[in-house]
Design a protein around this ligand. Sequence first.
Ligand SMILES: [Zn+2]
Length: 274
Amino acid sequence: MTNPTITQAKIVGLPALDDNYIWILIQGKHTLVIDPGASAPVINWCRANNRQPTAILLTHTHHDHIDGIADLLETYGNTLPIYAHSEAQLNFAFNAISPEQTLTFDDINLSVILLAGHTPDHIGFYWASEQALFCGDSLFTGGCGRLFNGGTAAQMTETLAKIAALPLTTAIYCAHEYTLANLRFALRVEPDNTDTQQRLTTAKALRAAGIATVPSLLSEECATNPFLRTHLPAVAVAIEHWWKAQTDNPIERFAQLRAWKNQLDATGVLEQDE
Ligand SMILES: [Zn+2]
């Protein structure tokens, strides 16, 4: 199988596992696979489109982002290169990348950005020419990732600020379909935010039709995602009201918002409409 030349860049999302997305980047002879948590969706798509993966890129090494790798190496050969953070714990040989370097695959130039917090060595890939950010489990559509493996609130606060500083037209390609639960939470934080109300209505219709709500635009996130809005008085007051504790520290405020969402996630109350 060869990779026919495609001049126009393309991004394809493959649903995998319960709610993951594997992103495929295609241009020229390259077919890059980001976070293959399963192999079958990738293999099936490649077969149907007469393509072959040319590299695997990892944002982090949680199992739902890497469990398809062994099968892909078996199918496409052990020479299929894997790119991951130099500190990544992985049972495969990989090309160690460091944040703030650029990965080049002919016409595809990806800036590596450290997006720590979900894990301490979580990275993202920013494809400037396509205005696309592949951000794994850092920023989610309507929300953000939890803190695992020693990732800290300070790291996630910095990560969210980094993403917010990208062009507002950036498309946010996160790794999970969590939009509905995230927006239900967003409305508990800001019940009067009409952008959020509207976005939830649209997202519900998309999901009912089996359509992905990812990617979103960074501009939408800035208007509706509470984790990008902790600097605003309405959000700060809501957090203060929930915890009956006031703070002016942005890291503490993020931690309070994250803890609020964790508390509601544990009850399952965000999984359905009230
Ligand atoms: Zn993860």
